[in-house]
Unconditional design. Sequence first.
Length: 410
Amino acid sequence: MNTPDEIGGNAGSAADKTAAVMPDNANNEDPAFAGETSDSGTGLFALLGYDASGKPVSFDLAGAAGLLIVTGLSGSSGVQDSALCSLIRRYGPEELRLLFIDNGTNQLFSDYGRQLRGIPHLLAPALRMNRAPEALRWLRAETEHRCELLSYFELKGIREFNEKARRWYNAGQLRRDPVWNYRGSREAEPPYLRPLPHILMAVDEYAYFMLSDKLRSEFESSVSYIAARGRETGIHLMLSTRHPREEIITGRIKTCFPARIVTGLESSFESRLVLGFDGGEKLPPGSMLAKLGPGYGALTELKPGEISSAEIALLARTLKEDHLPEPAPLSIFNEAAVGEDHYPAGDPLYIPLWYYCRELKEAGSGISLAAMMKKYGISRHRAQYLMSSLEKDGVVASDVDREREILDCA
């Protein structure tokens, strides 16, 4: 498997990962995963939280296209923290590799950027939104490559492939990748086949894609393809948003992610939009409602797990000590530097500002730099950057007047 360069650090090749020993606190006796196997291809269990009786509830990502988490403006990202940390605690890098897309507002992702930097699970450090389209294209290409690999050997999924590859490797029957594409790789010849790890991409706030006319179509197309082939190829997505709106949680997104979790919803409309049921708006603080599919019940009320920065640091230290160093990375990422304006919606204020523009348009008003600075208490330089971002996305007119006309916030 060709893996992306780490941007600003070290990353490793999942295909060439050497054998590693899981830390002592990541074993099959963990009560949160009782009776489950950690063998790559047979399950990928993420701890979501605890039910009313205090029993841990885990979700098998390997049996689903992925997971959609909607926290609402007053919600908590505890479920995301719990799920991600439970995965890296339980599965070694030979079983699971991770990509994180970070908009700079998620505490856990920020901790990944600092404390978890260099753990062997990461294909790259937490990537900012300006690298997100590139990473998503890489993940789609990897999905397509795995589909071709399974088709070539007439196999149904990653589990069958890994069993076959493991037998070949243990018997010393080294085979090169028969569908390898030299483009984008630094290798001169096809790599040898090894068991494939699962890959999980977690996107902190995918609303940035959905509010950009330039990126929405590509994002939904890639997500749909990966979601449709994720179970067989071992590639999964975890999307989260704090904006339960129709333009963010579209019918296509809901079709791709039948497994959804909500917390902090403010109205029955939001609950019906995400879950198809009322009730999400009535959750007590600190609770969440999960719609996970067959075997989990129609709706499950959960309490999210909690993990502190100190616990994340301890986990990172354990992983770095117990795993072997990664080999030099391969890359299909574009080597050219990407400027900050490559993805104009990278500022965390962009989404609230987008909705504010829609309110102003409905009231028949425009928007100015002065109004933006006053409402959000930001500098003129930042206001100019945001206004430029809105202009590039076609939200406001390109006039130089004090008050810009608002064109499209539908």
